[in-house]
Design a protein around this ligand. Sequence first.
Ligand code: NAD
Ligand code: USQ
Length: 402
Amino acid sequence: MAIKKNIIVIGGDGFCGWPTALHLSKQGHNITIVDNLSRRWIDQKMGADSLTPIASVEDRLAAWTETTRLEIEFASIDVAREFNRFTALLASVKPDVVIHFGEQRAAPYSMKGIDEKRYTVDNNISATHNLLAAVTELGIDPHIIHLGTMGVYGYDDDGIQIPEGYLSVYIPGDDKRIFQRDILYPTNPGSVYHMTKSMDQLLFQFYAKNDLLRITDLHQGIVWGTQTHETKLDERLINRFDYDGDYGTVLNRFLMQAVVGHPLTVHGTGGQTRAFIHIQDTVQCIALAVNNPPQRNGKVAIMNQMTECHTVRVLAEMVAAHSDTKVAYVDNPRNEAAENDLRVSNKSFIDLGLNPITLAEGLMDETQNIAVKYADRCIRKMIPCVSTWTDKQRPGVVKSAA
Ligand code: NAD
Ligand code: USQ
C-alpha cells in the first residue's frame, strides 16, 4: 500500500460496505464505519433475513480484530437525520476519503407503498446532501466516493454503448456555428430508488462546481456473489445474502431458488438485459477508486462499475442447467421494458487494472459454498416479488382493457 488513509465508510454494515471496509482495513487504512443499521431493522419489519447468518455489528468487528489484529471503528449515526453528530464525527476523524454506501437501495422496496417511497427519497437525498454540506461547512477536503447505479441511464436503449456518465452534445447556434457541451447522460430512472440516484448526480455536480469538492461517482451494475477474500476468513465475518422479493437481486435469487427447488422467477419474457459485477470486483474497484482520486477541476469523475451484461432469461437458463429446477415466466411486477439491449463502457476501471471474475467462473463456487450450505435458513414465503410498480399490477386488481 502506498499511503495510509483515514477512511469513513458510510453504510459499512451493508452488503457492499462491509466487505469494502474489511478489504481497505487489510490494506492498512484506518477505517471508521458509520451505519444506522436501518438495513437490519427493515429486514425485521418485513420478516426477512439474510440467507447467511450475519453476526451483530459488535461481533463482526471483534471477529475482525481477533482474526487480523486490525481494528475498525464503528459509529451508529443516521447520516440523513443526525447532521450535527455526523459533522462532529467528520471533524474528529478528518477523513482523507469518505465512501458513501448509506442509502435505501432496493427498487422494489422503494415502490412498495407511499411510506417506502417517502422514506427512500427522504433518506437517500438527505444522506447525500448532508455529507456534501457537512464537508463544505467544515472546510475539509476528503475524496468522496459514492456508489451510484447503472440504472440512472435507464434501459430503453437500442444497443448504443453507454458512456461513463457524460454525453457530448452538439447544439446548432443561430449563426450556424455548432456548440459542444458535455452534459450528464440524460437520466431515465425506473423506480423511486433509481430516481434518488439520478438526483444524487445533480447534488454532486453542484458541489463539485461550487465548492470544488473531489467526487467520484461509481455507476454500479447488479452485484452478485457473497464472499470476498476477507469475509471468508472467519464465519462471523460472513457477508449478507439477500434473496427476498424486495432486496434479493436477480442472480443471487436464482442461485438460491435452484438450491431450494423453487422455480426460477423470471419476470415477463426475461428479455431485460442488465449489467453485473461480482462482490469481489466491487471491492477491487473501490480500492482502485481510493488510490486514484480525481483532479479538483469542478467536474465529478464518473466510472461505470460493471463487468458483463446478460439477459435475465440467459441467467435463468444458466442456473437451471446446473440444477433440476425449472424456469417459471411470471407476471412482471415492475414497469420496465420487456426487452432491451445494453452495451456499457467500463474502460476506466479496465485501464486502472480491474481483472474481472466472470459468471462462468464464479457460479458454482457461490452455489456450493453459500446457497447449498445455508439453504435451510430460507424463508420460502419471502421469495415472491409482491411489490408492484402501479396499483393496477396488484394481484386481484381487474385490469381495464387498453
Ligand atoms: P445495503 O442495504 O446492504 O447497505 C446499505 C447500508 O447503508 C446498510 O447497512 C444501511 O443500514 C446503511 N444506511 C442506509 N441509510 C443510512 C443512513 N441514513 N445513515 C447511515 N447508514 C445508512 O445495500 P448495498 O447492496 O450494500 O448497497 C450499497 C450502495 O451500493 C447503495 O447505495 C446502492 O445503491 C449501491 N448499489 C448496490 C448494488 C447491489 O446490487 N447491491 C448495485 C449497484 C449499486
Ligand atoms: N428480476 C426477475 N426475477 C426476479 C427478480 C428480478 O426477472 O426474481 C428482474 C427484474 O424485473 C429486473 C432485473 O431482474 O428486470 C434486475 O432486478 P434486480 O432486483 O436484480 O436489480 P435492480 O432492481 O435493478 O436493483 C439492483 C440493486 C440496486 C442497484 C441496481 C443496479 O438492488 O441497488 O442500483 O441493481 S442496476 O440494475 O444496474 O441499476
